[in-house]
Design a protein around this ligand. Structure first.
Ligand code: AMP
Ligand code: ZN
Length: 437
């Protein structure tokens, strides 16, 4: 591994497991003390009779209380601040579909360390100051914009803050500025490729693209492979969430064998979402994160709702930070249809196995004659006039989906470009079912 990266503490990337454990214990103790500045935590620590002496290993985090998104809403906007507001220099807010949105505060140190974290990831996948980095994700409150912007600048790349949408302009920038790396949500990149095809642009010949950072939304391994094959580019999975700064929390290395979650910045737990007890490595559970360096708004045992599992704690790349599997989805995304639990990503995985299908799809849940039904609409890669072919393809897709989700959806193959594309995270499920009380 190239450890000559000029960022703060590059040596932290290659710590041994014992060193990680020692550092986490120190930082958890600091975080505990710092959280006493937040009445919400101070009160809980008092009720639970906790003191810093109770923390002697990273596992002692289990003695501490959980924090939920609801706690962030209840204390909206500034109730979880651990420093006076005059020390804060930025906030990011996520719009809640119900109730109050949530607010995340940052001090200058938080922003600096966040930029280092993102820079560390970009360096890890082989990007260097000579690269040209185009950030094709939304700016503003969405942390994928400013988060990658500052990280890419910190690395020293020439940055192109293209923001989301306007595919023709994106392609022009890529060609004119010699863009080598792009950050975008995966659903957008498949759309961008379609526009390139329409414009007669061959990304392999007409651009210098070589690295993508894709994330912010769940996507399957099949989707990643498709993107890599379309563009002839390596696509690395990038995980982040506003509550933990934003992008940079977890990122794949060049081995592409899971996301390294940075344990000098976070304590990672995977728990059973019902019992809240830890699950063994390899088993799927809810990701719970404790921030270890956040100054403005540290969060203890934050229940992310994301479902994943531990793949390993060593890696051929030389980094020993825990490797997590790509997110299976969020527990909130799970559809329960006729008693069966289904994640959108299961559907995507199957659809992507058919080369006749494009990457855009939409799942609609309805109640018809008191029965709950699922309709899967998916775009065709090419026009298909042959009715018999269309019918046999529809049948094959239906059968493959049934084998995966154990019930039979209504499959509709639609022409390319006919389903909606969002500029930000893709909307994959529309639930129109009647709710019976
Ligand atoms: P936000 O804070 O609005 O940016 O949303 C964060 C959420 O986006 C996470 O909790 C995940 O549910 C999702 N997310 C972010 N990155 C990924 C990724 N690489 N794979 C799957 N889901 C992701
Ligand atoms: Zn690795």
């Amino acid at each position: 591994m190239d450890v000559k990266s000029p960022y703060l503490h590059p040596e932290y990337e290659t710590l041994s497991r014992e060193e990680i454990s020692k550092l986490q214990t120190e930082r958890l103790r600091e975080t505990f003390e710092h959280c006493k500045n937040v009445p919400f935590y101070a009160q809980k620590f008092k009720e639970m009779n906790l003191s810093v002496e109770d923390i002697n290993s990273p596992e002692d985090v289990r003695k501490l209380p959980f924090t939920t998104k609801q706690d962030l809403r209840d204390t909206y906007p500034f109730g979880l601040a651990a420093v006076p507001l005059e020390k804060c220099v930025r906030l990011h807010s996520s719009s809640g579909t119900t109730g109050n949105p949530t607010v995340i505060l940052h001090t200058q140190r938080d922003l600096d360390e966040w930029a280092n974290q993102v820079a560390r990831n970009l360096w890890m996948v082989g990007l260097r100051p000579s690269d040209v980095f185009q950030n094709s994700s939304g700016y503003g409150m969405f942390t994928g914009g400013l988060g990658f912007q500052y990280g890419a600048e910190r690395l020293g790349m020439l940055t192109v803050p293209a923001a989301a949408g306007n595919s023709l302009r994106q392609i022009k920038f890529m060609k004119d500025f010699g863009t080598t790396a792009v950050h975008a949500v995966p659903s957008y990149l498949t759309r961008l490729y379609e526009v390139m095809q329409e414009q007669g642009v061959d990304p392999r010949k007409d651009t210098k693209l070589r690295v993508f950072a894709i994330g912010a939304e769940p996507h399957s391994e099949e989707q990643r492979k498709r993107i890599e094959d379309m563009f002839g580019v390596k696509a690395y999975n990038s995980f982040g969430m506003s509550e933990m700064c934003g992008p940079g929390v977890g990122f794949e290395c060049q081995e592409q064998n899971g996301l390294h979650f940075w344990e000098d910045y976070y304590i990672v737990e995977i728990v059973d979402p019902d019992t809240l007890e830890p699950v063994p490595d390899g088993e799927i559970g809810e990701l719970v994160l404790t921030s270890l360096r956040r100054e403005a708004m540290p969060l203890i045992r934050y229940r992310t709702r994301d479902l994943t599992r531990v793949l390993g704690r060593t890696c051929p790349c030389g980094r020993n930070h825990v490797r997590l599997d790509r997110m299976k989805g969020r527990s909130d995304d799970m559809m329960v249809l006729r008693g069966v639990n289904i994640f959108p990503i299961q559907i995507e995985k199957i659809l992507m196995q058919f080369s006749e299908l494009a990457s855009n799809y939409l799942i609609t849940l309805t109640t018809d004659n008191d029965n709950d039904n699922m309709t899967v609409e998916v775009e065709l890669a090419e026009m298909m006039d042959d009715y018999a072919r269309l019918q046999s393809l529809t049948k094959a897709v239906t059968r493959a989906l049934k084998d995966e989700i154990l019930l039979t959806p209504i499959v509709k193959l639609v022409s390319k470009g006919s389903l909606p594309v969002s500029e930000g995270k893709a909307v994959r499920v529309v639930d129109k079912r009647k709710v019976y009380q």
